[in-house]
Design a protein around this ligand. Structure first.
Ligand SMILES: [Zn+2]
Length: 306
């Protein structure tokens, strides 16, 4: 599993971090622009099962989370890569600007590779090359310095440049930056769109019968119809209560075995991390909310009932 720490810089109301009023009467906030790109990156990565994305900022934008907290969150998460999205300022309403990619002054070789690949890709998609003499920079900034993994801070154009502002305000630009970043992440993390190998559920009465027997062994009752191998309201009622998820005590061992068999992991009746990840993959694959918890909807997919 590749772990991506993704940061939209600042918060909605951070002082000063906004487009220059003379160029953008709305004074669009930097966090809004940063977050729009991050959301698109997250959305595009959803089709890949081998990546986990953790946002480091407050996704509502209300709070400008301290930089120290953001890097600690990424380090605790054990991210493989840290991507921080920002927008720049410093040309005071003049022209020029463009994309800049920043790594730490004592950056690792890996960070340098990410930096170059991301910069090249974003330029390829956006064309916002600007006029900076050094678009690939090394700086002693908190995020790139305090993160334990390769880290790139991407400045996606200048919020006070008459050249950049009309471009960076568009949805199209956000889409291009996100596409460019995802292309690099997919390549470097080796992600594939191939769905996980799972046992595709088929509609057979036996599957339901097995499930009913497992539920009975785990303490549930089908008092009206018993284990009849047929799906009905009684099964629905049990399925709503027979919630299998990661827990300290292995409450429903027999039902967990049914889950494990369906999602293709070792069948031991213990709902641990492996089972949880496999359930998440399965849920993604069948288009359910991927929370790793087997409740009514997941049971129905596992058992192949409508
Ligand atoms: Zn910023």
């Amino acid at each position: 599993m590749f772990k991506l720490a993704l940061n939209a810089g600042h918060g909605r109301n951070t002082a000063g971090k906004r487009c220059l009023k003379s160029l953008d009467p709305n004074e669009t906030r930097e966090w809004v622009l940063n977050s729009r790109i991050c959301r698109r990156i997250e959305e595009k990565l959803k089709v890949y099962s081998e990546i986990e994305v953790l946002r480091l900022d407050d996704v509502t934008g209300k709070e400008d989370i301290a930089l120290k907290k953001r890097t600690e969150k990424a380090n605790t998460f054990g991210a493989d890569f840290y991507l921080s999205i920002h927008h720049n300022a410093g040309v005071n309403g003049g022209t020029g600007g463009g994309i800049i990619a920043i790594v730490y002054t004592k950056s690792s070789q890996k960070s340098l590779e990410w930096q170059k690949d991301l910069y090249d890709s974003v330029i390829k998609y956006t064309g916002l090359k600007g006029n900076r003499s050094e678009p690939l920079q090394k700086q002693n900034l908190h995020e790139v310095r305090e993160s334990n993994m390769p880290c790139v801070l991407l400045e996606c154009g200048f919020m006070d440049s008459s050249t950049d502002v009309p471009i960076i305000l568009t949805d199209n630009f956000a889409e291009q930056v996100a596409t460019a970043c995802v292309e690099v992440i997919v390549a470097k993390a080796g992600l594939t769109k191939t769905p996980p190998v799972i046992t595709t559920p088929t509609v057979t009465e036996n599957k339901i019968l097995d499930w009913q027997k497992a539920a009975i062994a785990d303490g549930f009752a089908f008092s009206k119809y018993g284990a009849d191998g047929k799906w009905g309201s009684e099964c629905e009622a049990v399925a709503k209560q027979a919630i299998c998820k990661k827990r300290d005590t292995y409450k429903y061992q027999n039902l967990t075995k049914i889950v494990q068999n369906a999602v293709g992991v070792t069948v031991d009746g213990k709902f641990g991390n492996n089972t949880k990840s496999a359930v998440i993959k399965f849920q993604k694959f069948v288009g359910l909310n991927a929370d790793g918890v087997v409740g009514l909807n997941t049971w129905k997919k596992i058992l192949g009932v409508k």
